[in-house]
Design a protein around this ligand. Structure first.
Ligand SMILES: NC(=O)C1=CN([C@@H]2O[C@H](COP(=O)(O)OP(=O)(O)OC[C@H]3O[C@@H](n4cnc5c(N)ncnc54)[C@H](OP(=O)(O)O)[C@@H]3O)[C@@H](O)[C@H]2O)C=CC1
Ligand SMILES: O=C(O)[C@@H]1CCC=N1
Length: 273
C-alpha cells in the first residue's frame, strides 16, 4: 500500500505532533487533496502548512468522510472530541490514535468501532526520522494494519507490540525521549556558559555535539558503549567527566530511570482520565 492510494486521511488536532505527522505524510507523497485537517483553533505551524499546500483547516468534522481518522488531540479532551466525531466514523473507517495513555477500549467505546490502532509517535516524525510504537485492536484486519503502517512509516520507523500496556513504556522512552535529548543540549550549553564561553558559542558547541553524535550513531552501527569508549582516552578528560555522570549511586542511569518511570506513571494516569 502507498500513501497515494490510502484515500482521505482526516487529522483531528493540528497541533505540534499532528502537524509533525502531517508534514511527514505530505513530504512522503500524500496528496494534499487527501489530507483533511480539523482544528477549531489552529496554531501558526498548521496555518503555514495549510497555506503552503493549499489546504483548508476545518473547524469541525461535520459532513466529512475519511478512510482513516487520526486522533491527535490532548488526552484530556479525547472523550469530548470522540463524541463529536461519532457521525464521521463509518463501518470501514480506520481510527489511528496518537494520544498518550488513552487505551483501545476507550477509543472503541468512544467512537463505536473496533477498527482502532493505538500508537505513540515522536516529533522527529516531522523530518521522517521518528519512531512509532503501535498496537492494533483485535478487530483490525491485516490490510488495515498495512494502511496504518504506511501512514506511520512516512514518519520513520514503526514497531508493533502485542501487549497494549507496553505503549506506556514506549511513551516514556521514545514519545517523550526527544525532550530529554533537547534538555541535554540545554544543560550542556548552560555548563559551557558557566565555564566562561560566550552564550552563542556554548549553544553552538552543545547543539552540534548532539547533532554530530546522533549522526555518528546512525552511520556507525557499533553499540553506543563502543562509541562512548572511542571518546574516552585512558585517564583523560572524558574519563574524569564520565566518573561523575556514571557514578553508581546517583549517575545518569539512575536519573534516567526515575525520569522514565515518572513519564510512564503519567501515561497511565492520563489513561485513567
Ligand atoms: N508532542 C509530542 O511530542 C507528542 C504528542 N503525542 C500526543 O499527541 C496529542 C497532541 O499533542 P500535541 O500535539 O503535543 O498537543 P497540541 O496542543 O500541540 O495539539 C493538539 C491540538 O488539538 C487542538 N484541539 C483541541 N480541541 C480540538 C477539537 N475538538 N478538534 C480538533 N482539534 C482540537 C488543539 O487546539 P488548542 O490548542 O486550542 O487546544 C491543538 O491545536 C496528545 O494526545 C499527545 O499525547 C504523542 C506523541 C508525541
Ligand atoms: O508529553 C506528552 O504527554 C506527550 C506524549 C509523549 C510526548 N509528548
Amino acid at each position: 500500500m502507498s500513501l497515494r492510494t490510502i484515500g482521505p486521511v482526516m487529522l483531528v488536532g493540528a497541533g505540534k505532533m499532528g502537524m509533525a505527522l502531517a508534514q511527514g505524510w505530505l513530504d512522503a507523497g500524500l496528496q494534499p487533496a487527501n489530507l483533511i485537517l480539523v482544528d477549531p483553533n489552529p496554531g501558526e505551524i498548521a496555518r503555514e502548512v495549510a497555506k503552503d499546500f493549499g489546504l483548508t483547516i476545518h473547524g469541525d468534522a461535520v459532513g466529512l468522510q475519511p478512510n482513516v481518522l487520526v486522533l491527535a488531540v490532548k488526552p484530556q479532551v479525547m472523550g469530548a472530541v470522540m463524541s463529536g466525531l461519532k457521525p464521521v466514523v463509518g463501518p470501514q473507517t480506520l481510527v489511528v490514535s496518537i494520544a498518550a495513555g488513552i487505551d483501545i477500549a476507550r477509543i472503541s467505546q468512544g467512537l463505536g468501532t473496533g477498527k482502532v490502532v493505538r500508537t505513540m509517535p515522536n516529533t522527529p516524525a516531522q523530518i521522517g526520522k521518528g519512531i512509532t510504537g503501535a498496537v492494533p485492536a483485535a478487530g483490525v484486519t491485516a490490510n488495515e494494519r498495512d494502511a496504518a503502517e504506511t501512514l506511520l512509516k512516512a514518519a520513520g520507523a514503526v514497531v508493533w507490540f502485542d501487549r497494549e500496556d507496553q505503549l506506556d513504556a514506549v511513551t516514556a522512552i521514545s514519545g517523550s525521549g526527544p525532550a530529554y535529548v533537547f534538555h541535554l543540549v540545554e544543560a550542556l550549553a548552560e555548563a559551557g556558559r558557566r565555564q566562561g564561553l560566550p552564550d552563542a558559542i556554548a549553544e553552538q558547541l552543545a547543539r552540534q555535539t548532539v547533532i554530530g553524535s546522533a549522526a555518528l550513531l546512525d552511520a556507525d552501527r557499533a553499540p553506543p558503549a563502543v562509541l562512548r569508549q572511542n571518546v574516552t582516552s585512558p585517564n583523560g578528560t572524558t574519563a574524569a567527566g564520565l566518573a561523575v555522570l556514571m557514578a553508581e549511586a546517583d549517575g545518569l542511569t539512575q536519573l534516567v530511570d526515575r525520569t522514565v518511570a515518572a513519564a510512564r506513571r503519567r501515561s497511565e494516569e492520563l489513561g485513567r482520565g
